[in-house]
Design a protein around this ligand. Structure first.
Ligand SMILES: [Zn+2]
Length: 235
């Protein structure tokens, strides 16, 4: 589920649609979380679909580390890629803002975090644009993603979190952040066959519960522009 303070906008014929902040979204805010309404497909189910449907699943879906292809049910599937994104995944099936996202700014993710199966050409135009985004970008970049995420995690417990009630195992997340213990690496999201039973995940038992976290003053790093998606999967 995408953050409620976002909207879908048409960016242009090359990019297609993108997701933009309707108001300021502070660093540490959960901006997208896997929820029970998201569509889940096992590899066998994907293979059984006609080619035209498989293309849609490939285009709008992400490959979860469990091996399931997940297609967001809302416009979260239109978040574009940028090589210097303002949103990154955590190891807890949600993505957070890794800097303040100002009203009107586009939300972007790095598609290399999504278990890409094929490279694609990037037009994000940022100073750090890799030009071509490859499945193998995950390993060299994962430490940097972890650093960015960990820098924002303390804010996660301070800023308003409209999506908190959709987080699975919120107590685990809270404990990890509050304790001085190690924060799980985004490395956990790397797809490796047989790491988990996709069917077990598909059931997604008990979730929900909890109210949202209290809002309170925040502080955080600077914003940045973005661009470029419409090519492969969602973010
Ligand atoms: Zn780029």
């Amino acid at each position: 589920m995408i953050h409620p303070d976002t909207e879908l906008r048409f960016v242009g014929p090359e990019i297609g649609y993108g997701v933009f902040a309707r108001r300021r979204i502070p660093c540490g805010t959960i901006v997208w979380v896997i929820d029970d309404l998201d569509m889940r497909f096992t590899l066998a189910e994907v293979r059984a679909k006609p080619p035209a449907v498989r293309r849609l699943l490939d285009h709008y879906g992400l490959l979860h580390h469990s091996g399931l292809r997940i297609v967001p049910w809302d416009f979260g599937r239109f978040v574009n890629h940028a090589c210097d994104p303002n949103v990154l995944p955590t190891a807890w099936d949600f993505e957070i803002a890794v800097r303040d996202i100002e009203a009107g700014e586009q939300l972007t993710n790095d598609y290399a975090t999504l278990n890409l199966e094929r490279p694609f050409r990037c037009h994000c135009g940022g100073g750090v644009c890799r030009g071509r985004v490859r499945p193998g970008d995950f390993e060299p970049l994962v430490r940097g993603w972890d650093e960015e995420v960990r820098r924002c995690l303390p804010d996660l417990l301070r800023v308003e979190q409209p999506l908190w009630e959709y987080v699975r195992r919120p107590a685990v997340v809270r404990r990890s952040i509050v304790s001085a213990g190690p924060i799980p690496s985004v490395e956990r999201n790397r797809f490796g066959p047989a790491r988990e039973d996709p069917l077990a995940y598909a059931a997604v038992p008990g979730r929900r519960a909890r109210g949202r976290l209290k809002a309170s003053p925040v502080a955080a790093p600077p914003p940045r522009p973005a661009v470029a998606r419409s090519a492969p999967s969602r973010a």
